[in-house]
Design a binder for this molecule. Structure first.
Ligand code: DC
Length: 231
């Protein structure tokens, strides 16, 4: 970010699965010289742990125990974020379909959410973070200096995931992805605790027909314009 911008600012990026949040948030963070925090990866890491320990993701109490016991570390590594659970690198494992298909259940528990939100608030307490998730603008960082809510049509989100998977050499079926995304949307927006919703003061960007670069540019312009307007 330009030297004129408050480096203590935090930026919240929310939206449904596959709207391009994480890549856009990561690039925005790089451009601003901020830290990038992927909160979805935290729920995924806990889900991965549950799978390992054969804990049912519907069992809130057992999940809470795992969350308390688990050492969860996120480390920047060459433009990406490496995720470690109890010192084991699980960056790729947290993206497996086994984890992806269960993570919405993990994220629906009230106690799990409050434990995660507390960690996330701590991670952002020094400012200078771009944090992406579902409840960042509403629950984790309600006072964030900038809030964005990225959306895109389901078909487009599925198409992006599909290309991403193929690119990584992961087997992928577009129709299945569409169904999975629609089902996760439903679970994430209808859950009782902190459902996915746009903060009233967030800027909504429909990314359906935008390139990643255009999305990042738009966010960057909004931030720098507002900062410059204040000066
Ligand atoms: O962004 P993602 O696909 O990695 O998120 C994984 C899951 O975690 C998704 O089902 C929504 C949930 N999540 C959440 O409830 N709150 C967050 N702040 C981040 C993710």
């Amino acid at each position: 970010m330009s030297s004129r911008t408050d480096s203590r600012a935090n930026i919240a990026v929310d939206g449904p699965a596959g709207a391009g949040k994480s890549t856009a948030a990561k690039l925005l963070a790089e451009r601003l010289g901020f830290d990038y925090i992927d909160t979805g990866a935290m729920y995924r890491a806990l889900t991965w742990k549950a799978v390992q320990e054969k804990v049912d993701v519907h069992n809130e109490q057992e999940l809470e125990r795992l969350l308390q016991e688990m050492k969860l570390v996120m480390k920047p590594a060459g433009g990406e974020i490496d995720i470690f659970a109890d010192d084991r690198r699980i960056t790729e494992e947290v993206r497996s379909s086994e984890v992806t298909n269960q993570v919405s259940y993990t994220a629906a528990h009230q106690k799990i959410r409050s434990g995660m939100v507390e960690k996330q608030k701590r991670m952002a307490s020094g400012g200078g973070c771009v944090m992406d998730g579902r409840d960042i603008g509403t629950a984790v960082l309600p006072d964030a200096s900038f809030k964005f809510f990225l959306t895109a049509e389901v078909e487009e989100r599925a198409r992006r995931r599909h290309l991403e998977q193929l690119d990584k050499g992961i087997e992928s079926d577009l129709e299945t992805l569409k169904e999975e995304i629609a089902s996760r949307d439903k679970l994430d927006s209808e859950r009782e605790t902190a459902p996915l919703r746009k903060a009233s003061d967030a800027v909504e960007i429909d990314t359906t027909s935008m390139s990643l670069e255009e999305v990042v540019e738009k966010m960057y312009k909004i931030i720098t314009k507002r900062v410059n307007d204040y000066e």
